[in-house]
Write a protein that binds this ligand. Structure first.
Ligand SMILES: O=C(O)Cc1cc(O)ccc1O
Ligand SMILES: [Fe+2]
Length: 440
């Protein structure tokens, strides 16, 4: 097993990293010399168009034992389990204006690896147009065995909630635990192992532009997620012949192809497109020290911009442990209606707007313009609270926020884990209105 202690990382978001698992494997001074060192093949991996502006351009040169084209043809994916992976658009499922919430899904009894353990709950946009997101959860109890996966439909933002993940990828290995996130670029081949035997968590599949760090504006040169805290793997490879499957999701359809060698055969690489992990505890939280509850955009870790300025295809926002000091302020999230569609999950603890019914591993969807906010008990309590400085401890919630309305999958709508009475958490909000007596 490769525990956290044996793995080394290179740090710096979007840096041009370079790494070799065998000394001298990385060509110097050019990317594709006539003969690459040690008989390796050079292969470029492009995550943005060749012509994307320099500050957005992402590509990596890999030096591998065999080029990726050494593989069988793709054919439809064969599985005994009916798949629960869906991709936008969902033509027969209009996005619901009702707010939705699910209890956590259980880890299955039957063997299920990371790929077969995907359940899609909501999607928007259109993967074929590279617009929108898919929201999935995963519940797994087996390592991916003799098979590898890549997603042609988007980048994967993986948010573990329970159990560590060991991601074996073309660019190297990453060990990721709850409280950390893992981002795997579109197209990178990988295998997930479960060092603790079981794992559960969330996946946001980003069909749009690769996630990037948000602007800091007047906050300045530091703060929020700092570039140096993003960890990229060092080169690692296996020179393994055998009988393997490469599974891919391409325009919403799963395919498989045979491989006679492990595709994790990159001995050296250089570039700025690679999987990375980030410990959410490193987030430098910035908030009010005077009054009012600021918009949660102050908690944005990563953003996938759309073509409309400031209006994201996907914002990944967290609600980390922090001090609350706002004076004369209703401190929990306010009641609101938002043009952006919100999908929330909970990694641990209790979320300040919802003290009951929103469990770690659960998920909620509050769609475009659908009203939501603190539940009745939270409203009463926070309206009467003594406003001393208070530390919000041991709690970590997050939000996938998108400009596009979220459609719920038929499985998600029909799931026993869906709380059919979610709306009743606001039923107890009483009328408090009264004017002072006339002439008083
Ligand atoms: O709906 C939610 O709980 C997420 C949220 C949190 C917050 O602090 C302000 C606005 C918002 O949408
Ligand atoms: Fe909200």
């Amino acid at each position: 097993m490769s525990g956290p202690e044996t793995l080394h990382y290179q740090t710096g978001f979007g840096n041009e990293h370079e790494t070799e698992a065998a000394q001298g494997a990385l060509p110097q001074g050019r990317f594709n010399p006539q003969k690459a060192p040690y008989g390796l093949y050079a292969e470029q991996f492009s995550s943005t168009a060749f012509t994307a502006p320099r500050h957005l351009n992402r590509r990596t040169w890999t030096y591998r034992i065999r080029p990726s084209v050494v593989m069988g043809d793709y054919e439809p994916y064969r599985t005994e389990q009916p798949g629960l992976i869906c991709t936008g658009p969902l033509h027969d499922s209009p996005p619901p204006p009702n707010s939705l919430r699910w209890d956590p899904f259980p880890i299955p009894e039957e063997p299920q690896d990371f790929i077969d353990g995907w359940i899609t709950l909501a999607v928007n946009g259109d993967a074929r147009l590279q617009v929108g997101i898919g929201v999935h959860i995963y519940c797994a109890n087996s390592n991916m065995d003799q098979r590898f996966f890549y997603n042609a439909d988007g980048e994967l933002l993986i948010v573990p909630q329970q159990g560590a993940l060991l991601a074996l990828t073309e660019m190297g290995r990453l060990y990721v635990t709850p409280g950390e996130i893992l981002v795997i670029p579109r197209g990178v081949k990988f295998q997930i192992e479960l060092p603790e035997g079981t794992a559960r968590g969330y996946i946001c599949e980003n069909y749009g532009a690769p996630l990037e760090l948000p602007e800091r504006g007047p906050v300045g040169a530091n703060g929020f997620a700092n570039n140096r805290d993003f960890c990229y793997p060092t080169a690692w490879y296996e020179d393994k012949d055998g009988s393997f499957l490469l599974v891919t999701k391409f325009a919403g359809v799963l395919y498989q192809a045979t491989l006679e060698h492990s595709p994790l055969d990159v001995v050296a690489w250089v570039g700025n497109s690679a999987p990375y992990k980030y410990d959410l505890a490193r987030f430098n939280t910035i908030n009010t020290v005077s009054y009012d509850h600021p918009d949660p955009s102050i908690f944005t870790v990563l953003t996938s911009p759309s073509d409309r300025p400031g209006t994201a295809n996907l914002d990944f926002v967290i609600f980390p442990p922090r001090w609350m000091v706002a004076e004369d302020t209703f401190r929990p999230p306010w009641f609101h209606r938002n043009v952006m569609s919100e999908c929330m999950g909970l990694i641990q603890g209790v979320y300040d707007a919802k003290e009951a019914g929103f469990e770690p591993g659960g998920l909620s969807v509050h769609n475009c313009m659908s009203p939501h906010g603190p539940e009745a008990e939270v409203f009463e309590k926070a309206s009467a609270a003594v406003l001393a400085p208070e530390r919000y401890k041991n709690s970590l919630a997050f939000m996938f926020e998108s400009r596009y309305m979220l459609a719920t999958t038929p499985f998600g709508l029909g799931a026993l884990k869906r709380q059919k009475d979610y709306v009743t958490c606001w039923k107890g909000l009483k009328k408090h209105f009264s004017l002072p007596p006339q002439g008083a």
